[in-house]
Design a binder for this molecule. Structure first.
Ligand SMILES: [Zn+2]
Length: 199
């Protein structure tokens, strides 16, 4: 099979029907052909394996992949049968990403500052067994950081603006808007797209 249509983007859902990434029609058809995924018809949510999809007739003028013996409609969404393929990349736990998650804002007093005027604070101090992790590290201004020092938060007149959490996977920051297909909107909420475009 060789056709420019094979390079078109396709939405990949995990087995719980949550969007996990964008792939190409070529790669998606291979997964379906290997019986690792099913094609979804976005208008009625019907599921197709490779054979039943290839049996669908292609309307005159409709976009398709041509092989020697057949024409295959271009799928736009697939759902994986298992969880193992296309592992979603994790957000790397790094200083840069903590600043990004907390939007350069002190998580105690809410002041937004340039990176060089901020520090990383361990909510439960390291000296008391606090880990270096997404849920225990926050951005803090120098003033709040020195006020807090090695004291436990509950012993101080200080509160976190919000509980620190691991940020969503990087796909949420990198999907090019021009490659979206209309049919994907059945599977991806507007809120999701909005989050995506902020960064
Ligand atoms: Zn502060």
């Amino acid at each position: 099979m060789n056709s420019p249509a094979l390079s078109e983007p396709i939405l990949v859902l995990n087995k719980n029907w949550l969007p996990i990434r964008i792939s190409t029609v070529r790669r998606a058809l291979v997964l379906v052909w290997k019986d690792l995924a099913r094609i979804i018809e976005p208008n009625n949510y019907a599921l197709y394996d490779f054979e039943s999809w290839a049996d669908l007739s292609v309307a005159h003028g409709e976009h398709c992949v041509r092989t020697v013996s057949m024409q295959i409609k271009i799928p736009e969404v697939i759902v994986l049968k298992h969880c193992d393929h296309f592992k979603q990349p994790e957000v790397i736990f790094s200083r840069r990403n903590i600043f990004k998650r907390d939007k350069n804002t002190c998580q105690y007093c809410g002041t937004r500052l340039p990176t060089e005027d901020l520090t990383i604070d361990h909510v439960l101090p390291r000296s008391k067994g606090g880990s270096s992790s997404w849920t225990n590290c926050v951005v803090a201004c120098c003033q709040c950081n020195s006020k807090k020092g090695n004291t436990l938060l509950q012993n101080l007149d200080m509160k976190l603006i919000k509980e620190p959490q691991k940020p969503p996977a990087p796909m949420a920051f990198s999907l090019p808007i021009g490659r979206r297909k209309k049919s994907w909107e059945h599977f991806v909420s507007e809120a999701y797209w909005n989050i995506e475009l902020k960064d």
